[in-house]
Write a protein that binds this ligand. Structure first.
Ligand SMILES: [Zn+2]
Length: 414
């Protein structure tokens, strides 16, 4: 039985039928629908010579033991956002399963290296606002104390939701044991952006995940009556914030892949008859290059102070969250490029703006690379998320080639 990418597509449709409603996929982590998806996935393993278990963070592991304990890891996530698409995370997992099946049949159940397929728990963080939960436990970069008291919209704590699924948050560090013998990690994902489609390319090599600087920026001015306060003497906090919102476009524009977003603006007192006395905003900045990211952060800060002064206001910054850029492994990037060239004839290298579990695996020191397949319209986290079926088939073929190349690389160098 050789690789059958059409089966991957059929299985993705089966999963969609099982876990989506008229608004899209509903496989939120730690819910019954997610558990149902995992049960369905387990049913696909019945006739394979594999061992399956869940680690202390709820990540699902399928192991096809090889002659060597050294392991090639393939991964994805079966969880989705509410009203999500049919491919985000699930494609990675089902394509990984197809590659594992190919190894099992080609080597009569015993490949030269061990092949492991992981289903990361709660990649999306859609319910509790904490992304990459399971993979951070695996990598040892978890934040248990900050996370256990997080609540969903119904007031249920993350700790309680996990417990209901048999996962104790205090045991997260035990998931690090799964790192043992891991020699490389591969993940296929839909791009979730428009770059490959605009280039008319099916597949791309992901260079790494962009670093993120996320800040709350508050401008302080003076609340004043909108009728009696002359324009010249106003201290309008919104005016300063508005200048910054336009300026970040030119700050990002100096770098080819950088992005800056002011996603939230709140004005106080926020009434039609008052000059804005306080304006609370957020800024999210991303780039693959740490120096570029630091430079953009500094520039935005300088600009905010300049605009605050121009509007006779003051400004205050506080960091919400940040993560460093994570570059994938150069040797695996090269192999991924070859695998795509051999499959599709053309290739493009690009960074990922969204974070992925692969970033956490890379942080654990395991050589990692990701492959992107084109997303139609660049749309994801939406029920209209889609990719051409011929591109999905190419992606499974390319991942399979990359897996073989990676096995050879591990055997020759590690
Ligand atoms: Zn995903």
């Amino acid at each position: 039985m050789s690789l059958d990418p059409k089966r991957t597509i059929a299985e993705l449709k089966e999963l969609r039928a099982l876990t989506a409603d008229e608004n899209g996929a509903q496989r939120l982590a730690w819910t019954d629908t997610w558990l149902k998806a995992r049960e369905w996935f387990a049913s696909k393993l019945k006739h394979l010579p594999v061992e399956q278990h869940y680690d202390a963070a709820g990540n699902g592991w399928v192991t096809l033991q090889g002659d060597s304990d050294k392991a090639l890891l393939l991964g994805g996530h079966l969880d989705s956002v509410p009203n999500g698409g049919w491919l985000d995370g699930a494609l990675d997992e089902m394509a990984g399963l197809e590659v594992l099946r190919r190894f099992a049949s080609e080597f009569n159940g015993r490949p030269p290296l061990t092949i492991r397929l992981v289903d990361w728990a709660d990649e999306e963080g859609a319910r509790f606002g904490r992304s990459l939960l399971g993979s951070s436990a695996f990598a040892g970069t978890h934040s248990i104390e900050a996370d256990r008291k997080r609540t969903d919209k119904d007031g249920i704590t993350l700790e309680a939701a996990l417990r209901r699924c048999g996962v104790e948050i205090d045991r997260f560090p035990e998931a690090e044991r799964e790192q043992k013998n891991a020699a490389a990690y591969l993940e296929l994902h839909i791009e979730q952006g428009p770059v490959l489609e605009n280039l008319d390319l099916p597949l791309g090599v992901v260079l790494g995940t962009k670093g993120v600087e996320r800040h709350a920026i508050t401008f302080h001015g003076q609340e004043a009556h909108s009728g009696s306060t002359p324009m010249k003497v106003r201290r309008d906090a919104l005016a300063a914030a508005a200048k910054l919102a336009l300026e970040i476009r030119s700050i990002a524009g100096k770098h080819p892949d950088a992005v800056c977003t002011m996603g939230s603006v709140k004005t106080l007192p926020g009434i039609v008859t008052a000059v804005v006395g306080r304006c609370e905003t957020t800024l999210d900045q991303r780039d693959l290059d740490a120096a570029v990211l630091a430079g953009m952060h500094r520039e935005a800060k300088d600009a905010s102070e300049r605009f605050a002064a121009e509007e006779k206001c003051s400004v205050e910054w506080s960091r919400i969250w940040n993560i460093e850029p994570i570059a994938f492994d150069p040797a695996l990037i090269e192999r991924c490029e070859q695998a795509i060239l051999e499959t599709a004839g053309k290739v493009h290298k690009l960074p990922s703006g969204p974070l992925h579990d692969a970033a956490e695996v890379s942080r654990a020191g395991i050589p990692t690379v990701m492959m992107f397949v084109q997303s139609l319209g660049g749309i994801s986290h939406n029920k209209i998320e889609d990719t051409r079926e011929e591109h999905l088939e190419l992606a499974v073929h390319a991942l399979d080639r990359l897996a073989s190349k990676t096995v050879e690389w591990i055997q020759s160098t590690r």
